[in-house]
Design a protein around this ligand. Structure first.
Ligand SMILES: Nc1ncnc2c1ncn2[C@@H]1O[C@H](COP(=O)(O)OP(=O)(O)OP(=O)(O)O)[C@@H](O)[C@H]1O
Length: 252
């Protein structure tokens, strides 16, 4: 069954993730503890929570980069074991580690090939994207000489290269300057306008308020809130509302 727009972009059901930190002593960190959550198609969905809450762990499991200890996850209408859906996901992370010996254009050619962009379409796409993220003049330069913001811009280009149905942005504005942030907001709005889904992990609350429709709040590995962002803030300042949820969630 292929993914259609009426399906939910991501579904977590009673998901757990334990990291074994010291195997001999059997010491574990319960990073995610029984999270059930749906990310509706077409939504800009914020995944919020304090440091160490388990947000990136949820993202990594959705990307098949970490295996759940329990529960089930569906990505674009299929169980996460179906690797084919990964080609329709875009992922931008705050600390991209692209091979430093590649040029900006080579990075995009490499990732475009991996995510199944047709080779005849790739050169034009790569050029257009480098232009869009403001790196056209540095396309042939090795990224070893790039600043953090330049690497972030390249990370954004890489994340949208395959025109993804699900765009996952984990702390994307870290290191981006004002025009970079504006560009990122434009990309989020365009993705939504195309009926696609954005999952945004961020601590930058004005950005969340401006862009997001829905939110989930994770506290100490558990779901403390899921619903419309407006229900979370209830007309109040989002920071104050979140602080309340963090405190109630932590007390559970
Ligand atoms: N590979 C790993 N091995 C062991 N523990 C891990 C690993 N990855 C994450 N953890 C632990 O799992 C918990 C949740 O981490 P995670 O990165 O998911 O949190 P987060 O909500 O994304 O935090 P932040 O906002 O600080 O980025 C933390 O206690 C972290 O130390």
């Amino acid at each position: 069954m292929s993914y259609t727009a009426d399906m939910t972009a991501a579904v977590f059901e009673n998901v757990h993730k334990d990291y074994v930190t010291r195997p001999i002593l059997r010491t574990k960190i319960a990073a995610v503890r029984g999270v059930s959550l749906s990310v509706p198609t077409g939504s800009v969905f914020a995944l919020l929570g304090p440091n160490r809450a388990g947000k990136t762990t949820l993202v990594k499991m959705l990307l098949s980069l970490a295996k759940p200890t329990g529960g089930t996850i569906n990505r674009l209408g299929q169980p996460i074991a179906t690797r084919a859906t990964l080609g329709r996901v875009g992922y931008m992370h705050e600390n991209h580690a692209f091979p430093r010996y590649l040029s900006a254009a080579e990075v995009l050619h490499f990732y475009g090939g991996l995510s199944g962009v047709r080779s005849e379409d790739l050169p034009a796409k790569v050029n257009a994207l480098l232009d869009r993220v403001g790196l056209a003049d540095r396309r042939r330069d090795s990224i070893s000489g790039f600043s953090k913001g330049m690497v972030q811009r390249l990370g954004l280009a890489q994340a949208i290269l395959n025109n993804p149905d699900l765009l996952i942005l984990d702390e994307p504005t870290e290191g981006l300057d004002l025009t970079g942030r504006k560009l990122l907001r434009e990309v989020v709005r365009e993705t939504k306008a195309a009926g696609k889904t954005v999952l945004l992990v961020s601590h930058v609350l004005p950005e969340v308020e401006e862009l997001c429709d829905d939110a989930a709040v994770i506290v100490a590995g558990k779901l403390a809130f899921a619903g419309k962002l407006s229900e979370l803030s209830k007309g109040r300042n989002l920071e104050a509302a979140l602080q309340d949820v963090y405190e109630t969630g932590a007390a559970r």
